[in-house]
Design a protein around this ligand. Sequence first.
Ligand code: UDP
Length: 238
Amino acid sequence: MGEAAYKRILLKMSGEVLEGTQGFGIDPSVVKRLAKEIVDVHKLGVEIGIVIGGGNIFRGVSGSKQGLDRVTGDYMGMLATLINCLSLQDAIEKEGVPTRVMSAIEVKEVAEPFIKRRAVRHLEKGRIVIFGAGTGNPFFTTDTAAALRAIEINAQVLLKATKVDGVYTADPVKVKGAELLKEVDYMTVLKHGLKVMDSTAISLSMDNSLDIIVFNIKKEGNLLRVVKGEKIGTKVIK
Ligand code: UDP
């Protein structure tokens, strides 16, 4: 186990993290860096599940604002997450760690179906498991999928990787003097609509006492720091 504070984690990365500075799609150099950081965590003996979003490619809500049927748009979003999964899978395996992509919708030539017991077995065998296609249902988000998978695989913590340092009292871009919170409870997040995850994801985490740490993955080495128990970002607790 080495210096890790956790035995099993669920890492949630939004699709936007993969796009780097290009504003859309996948930046291979970013994916490579992330893969290296994930493998560094794996080297500590930590079992790693990953949920990746699809917002760098497609979001159902944005599609529906332009007239696309919402459910169709959501399925497009779910398929987008699979593209990201494959990209990350390739990059992680190039770093020498075996992975499995498990999908919530059947795409059997591309990925295994998600079966909880199989996922846990993969983790126990030291494979990094990347969960694709969100929850498999429209009107949900990959944040909810992350909370769901974290609870299903018994992860000790959900690490929510973002482009900002954590949770603020208000939007730091718009509000001068907005403060970074070290800790915040689920109810406060829900009541004040703080930008952590959507309310479905927060409620699910709250009901199942799943700890969440929101941290900035753009800063190199942060993922390893969080896993080692360094107090960076914001911890969301009961
Ligand atoms: N999505 C969905 N059900 C899910 C997860 C995702 O319908 O369980 C769709 C939804 O359209 C969403 C898109 O997939 O907008 C991409 O996921 P998300 O927006 O969560 O990605 P992120 O913002 O994390 O990149």
